[in-house]
Design a protein around this ligand. Structure first.
Ligand code: NAD
Ligand code: DAU
Length: 339
């Protein structure tokens, strides 16, 4: 079995590659990644020399390059993680989000049509459903919740989802789509909430909480997401969408306070800053379908997952300090200096 994993030098893609190589040691994994600011080749260092792993630096929008790779590798499965993934950057510059997230997805699906595929899987997000109000804790996103996006990022992901599902209906391409809630864990790029707060706290820098910090996210340990994807690509029904989430809703401010407590840092580091434009209030997944159909349930409790994650950032300072000392500095300055 040959599996192409796009975006495998990023946060979730790299965790998925590690998971798959361990779970299916007889599979060949081919990682395709453009190595944008969010991609890190050093992350893949532990698997780089394995005989059943290949890394290819390639943009998923490069039609010629992607076709050539499909011709060479004849993949059985393609799992598309490659994306511009950060909402704040999409507010700054939507253009690249449309290119990579929509046009890049189209190139991959055209390659699958041309060369044949047993399964194309699109890794999507709960953000395509928009947000839920704080005063209706009884409401959750199901697979039937209408698409209702808020940011250029989520709109580009929703566009890709619709395109993928249209390739199933029109061309019979064997596709599946998953929509997951917020992930956390090792190799999370330090511009996202949890790793940013850990890194800033360790440097005794202000912890910038948007608005009042009351927005709610539904956190899932990254390995649980990888397990769900493994089940979907092998046992999920083609043409179907599966929501992935573990009923672990938390307010941003409570996460930041917890990180302070775990690291023995004072809450006085918390600084309330101007809110994100169009900021979604609450995400909450109903995972009934994946539980009933595929038997998936999350295994890592948040109390344990967050401790493991903090431990990882303490033990792997070089990984994230190299990032925050590079071009990330300009990003941080642009995003937070006058906020
Ligand atoms: P990430 O930003 O950490 O990684 C994205 C990877 O894609 C990087 O390695 C980057 O170099 C690569 N990439 C970007 N543009 C590319 C292109 N044109 N061609 C090839 N490679 C390209 O993202 P992540 O957090 O790991 O998210 C992975 C996927 O999961 C995304 O599709 C995202 O929408 C989705 N998702 C993320 C979360 C989350 O909480 N992080 C939750 C649900 C869904
Ligand atoms: O829900 C899934 C989505 O989760 C994925 O599709 C995205 O790719 C992923 O980036 C993530 O999006 P969010 O916007 O929810 O994640 P982020 O870590 O950027 O922000 C989480 C919350 O924390 C959000 O309410 C904004 C807030 N926040 C974030 C940062 C970076 C702050 O308060 N301060 C910050 O500095």
């Amino acid at each position: 079995m040959t599996v192409i994993v796009t975006g495998g030098a990023g946060f979730i893609g790299s965790n998925f590659i590690f998971y798959m190589l361990k779970k299916h040691p007889d599979y060949r994994i081919v990682c395709v990644d453009k190595l944008t600011y969010a991609g890190n080749l050093s992350t893949l260092e532990p698997v780089m020399k394995l005989p059943n792993f290949r890394f290819v630096k390639l943009d998923i929008c490069d039609r010629e390059g992607i076709y050539k790779l499909f011709e060479e590798e004849k993949p059985d499965i393609t799992v598309n993680f490659a994306a511009e993934s950060h909402v704040d950057r999409s507010i700054e510059n939507p253009d690249i989000f449309l290119k990579t997230n929509i046009l890049g997805t189209a190139v991959l699906m055209d390659a699958c049509r041309k060369y044949g595929i047993k399964r194309y899987h699109q890794v999507s997000t709960d953000e395509v459903y928009g947000d839920l109000p704080l005063d209706r804790p009884d409401l959750f996103f199901t697979e039937d919740t209408p698409i209702h996006t808020s940011s250029p990022y989520s709109s580009s992901k929703a566009g890709a989802d619709l395109l993928v599902l249209s390739y199933y209906r029109t061309f019979d391409l064997p596709v599946t789509v998953s929509r997951c809630s917020n992930n956390y864990g090792p190799y999370h790029f330090p511009e996202k909430l949890i790793p940013l707060m850990i890194a800033n706290a360790l440097h005794d820098k202000p912890l910038p909480v948007y608005g009042k910090g009351l927005n709610v996210r539904d956190w899932l340990y990254v390995e649980d997401h990888c397990k769900a994807l493994d089940l979907i690509i092998h046992k999920g029904r083609v043409g179907e969408v599966y929501n992935i989430g573990g009923h672990n809703e938390m307010r941003n401010i409570d996460i930041v306070k917890l990180i302070c407590r775990e690291l023995g840092k004072p809450e006085s580091l918390i600084t309330y800053v101007t809110d994100r434009k169009g900021h979604d209030m609450r995400y909450a997944i109903d995972p009934t379908k994946i539980k009933n159909e595929l038997g998936w349930t999350p295994e890592t409790k948040f109390e344990d997952g967050i401790k493991k994650t903090i431990r990882w950032y303490l033990d792997n300072r070089e990984w994230w300090e190299t990032i925050i000392n590079g071009e990330y500095r300009d990003y941080y300055e642009r995003m937070y200096a006058n906020r």
